[in-house]
Design a protein around this ligand. Structure first.
Ligand code: GTP
Ligand code: MG
Length: 198
């Protein structure tokens, strides 16, 4: 699946810019700077595919990537929460993200990324509430697990699992990743391949 290139198609600033609903779509969502764009690059094995930055608020559009071998589209989203950008702009992205996440029939799975140094925050919980309400399938992914100590990571993992256990609907388990070290990428690729099968 990831052996053939995944290519950048376009950046969308409104729902009207989105391509037709003719592919299985998988979206990467999460707070600003959590590592969404980096994870897409790591999964696809192409370092400059999605633009990344130290500054929160790097991704400002719904960026669309497509597989050249499969019926698959990956969507890199602007982050929510803190972003170093003007307020009206941030409001516009947030609205775009929410509309896309809750109103796209071809959206098969949302990977909701959470920084392994911090665990789930209030705005992550609001997104989970929205996704549950809209009956959109999502899975939590801890990012940057190369950063915390083993002990701190263990505490965040327990806390995050407890959050999943309390959700009203059943959800797939937690995936632990490091785009830097390559941890968890094969697991994520396998899960994505399975999503394409059903
Ligand atoms: P926005 O587009 O601004 O919402 O951010 P994003 O979620 O796309 O984050 P991005 O991929 O741009 O990464 C943010 C910062 O985290 C960059 O400086 C990355 O190099 C760093 N980063 C991402 N993944 C990892 C990781 O697995 N380990 C480490 N140590 N750093 C990472
Ligand atoms: Mg980004």
């Amino acid at each position: 699946l990831f052996a053939r290139p995944i290519v950048f198609v376009k950046g969308c600033v409104s729902l009207a810019d989105l391509p037709p609903m003719d592919r299985v779509e998988i979206a990467f969502a999460g707070r600003s700077n959590v590592g969404k764009s980096s994870l897409i690059n790591a999964l696809c094995g192409t370092s400059g595919l999605a633009r990344t930055s130290n500054t929160p608020g790097r991704t400002q559009e719904l960026n669309i990537f497509e597989s050249q071998s499969e019926n698959l589209r990956l969507v890199d989203m602007p982050g929510y929460g803190y972003a170093r950008a003007p307020e009206p702009k941030v409001k516009a992205w947030t609205q775009l993200v929410h509309r896309y996440l809750t109103g796209r029939a071809t959206l098969r799975r949302v990977y909701l990324l959470i920084d392994s140094r911090h665990g789930p925050k209030d705005n992550d919980l609001s997104v989970m509430n929205e996704l549950d309400r809209a009956a959109v399938s999502y899975q939590l992914v801890l990012t940057k697990i190369d950063k915390p100590s083993a002990r701190d990571l263990e505490a965040v993992v327990s806390r995050t699992m407890a959050v999943i256990a309390k959700r009203p609907a059943a959800h797939p388990g937690l995936i632990l990743t490091s785009s830097e070290k390559g941890t968890g990428l094969d697991q994520l690729r396998t899960e994505i391949a399975l999503l394409l099968e059903d």
